[in-house]
Design a protein around this ligand. Sequence first.
Ligand SMILES: Nc1ncnc2c1ncn2[C@@H]1O[C@H](COP(=O)(O)OP(=O)(O)OP(=O)(O)O)[C@@H](O)[C@H]1O
Length: 484
Amino acid sequence: MQDSPGRTGDPHASVAESMRRPEQRAVEALSVLAETSEGALAVDRAGRITWISPKYVRLLGLDPRDAVVGRPVDAVIPESRMNEVMQSGKPILLDLMRFGEQHFVVCRLPLRNAAGEIDGAAGFVFYDRLDYLRPLIDKFRALETRLHHTHAALAHERKARYRLSNFIGVSEVVRNVKLRARQFAARDGAVLILGETGAGKELLAHALHLASPRAAGRFVAVNMAAVPEALLESEFFGVAPGAFTGADRKARAGKFELAHGGTLFLDEIGDMPLAIQAKLLRVLQEGEIEALGSNQVKSVDVRIVAATSRDLEAKVRDGSFRSDLFYRLNVLPLRLPPLRQRLEDIDPLCEQMLDDLPPPVDGGSWLLTDAARVMMKRHAWPGNVRELRNVLEQATALAPGRVLDTAQIAEAMGAGVDTGPAVASTTSPAVATLAEALQDAERAAITVALRAAGGAKVQAAALLGISRSQLYDKLKRHADLAPP
Ligand SMILES: Nc1ncnc2c1ncn2[C@@H]1O[C@H](COP(=O)(O)OP(=O)(O)OP(=O)(O)O)[C@@H](O)[C@H]1O
């Protein structure tokens, strides 16, 4: 590499230059920066302002007569990061700093004494008029807004949204579930909600939380099936700072910590991998968590509500679910029967859901014909209440007016519909046909229940959500089904 002309021109000057004390040269460089910038200030090791340029005082709109020197820098400039620079010992060479409605492009440097120890920091404002940086600022603002919305959405997510009164149903079985849920809410043991997909398990978990003494705490949900296995541990227990590559990566709280004082809802618990089951069991036993990459334990006070649509007992038997965890979770069990076993709930659910949907274009409210109701009671509803809601939503979109008849319901149900003999003709839902259709629907439901229960009437009655004596009465009317 060739020497520059300055260095070869006058050897004596070079020597004199190199002999000047580095601190002196640093001070000179800082004063040049201070003069050329739009504002500058220095703070001492305690974060108090030791000097501020008059330009900066004006830029901040401060009264020059106010004594700024000696005050903590954060008290004068709330978004200042001078203390952070001193703590880390690292400069922040370029940053956008908000001050009230304005944004400044700033640079912050740590200052060291002769022994190399940090004894203060200096900050400079390079740009105060940001017109030429407008695209950058706009992007920054858009990101800030998105972050704000994300925070708001997260806070909303962590609140329980449904109460037991939102859990619609008039069947005996639903009334029992609600009664038990109210009793369980008052206790603090783990609750396990079992039921098919769309049966209302999550709704019930929200309601349990809001009916419990923890209602003022958070309701935090984790869906085991939705989180990749590799991320589940950090999702649950959090991450210590620098746990991964990139030493300054920030700490992240896990769901257990977020739910401290509240309820943690573990949805689809049947899909939890065995390795995580072992860790969850330990947390439930010890009430302590350890963030990933940390060797410190934190106590957590969390109530667990778990739910699954899987046959958890079968999973315990085949070894894919730990029996010890199952017993820990199954302290207070709640079993939600599928909708096809509580057909009486369809009418009140429809009323509520139609009320919640946008009204017909010509005003008034939706009218579900009796024939349509019968048709709905013949359907198997594999997607349960969620499917019912979807069908109603689609039917209202298909309906020419405010009447929802078999045509719209059948179309909305798609391939899953069982039109059956009584409602095959959808044109004139005569009263006689309706009575017949109701009988047919009842006969079909009883047949399915008896088949599912292997002919055991007590179990079939439970599946149907009716008492044993009610089933016997109905069997007398449908003599062709089974002798009483
Ligand atoms: N009894 C009910 N009353 C009113 N709405 C209900 C009822 N049961 C379920 N729903 C509604 O049906 C939809 C599905 O319910 P939810 O998500 O609670 O079911 P889930 O059993 O948790 O389903 P998945 O197993 O698929 O997660 C939601 O919109 C919920 O509000």
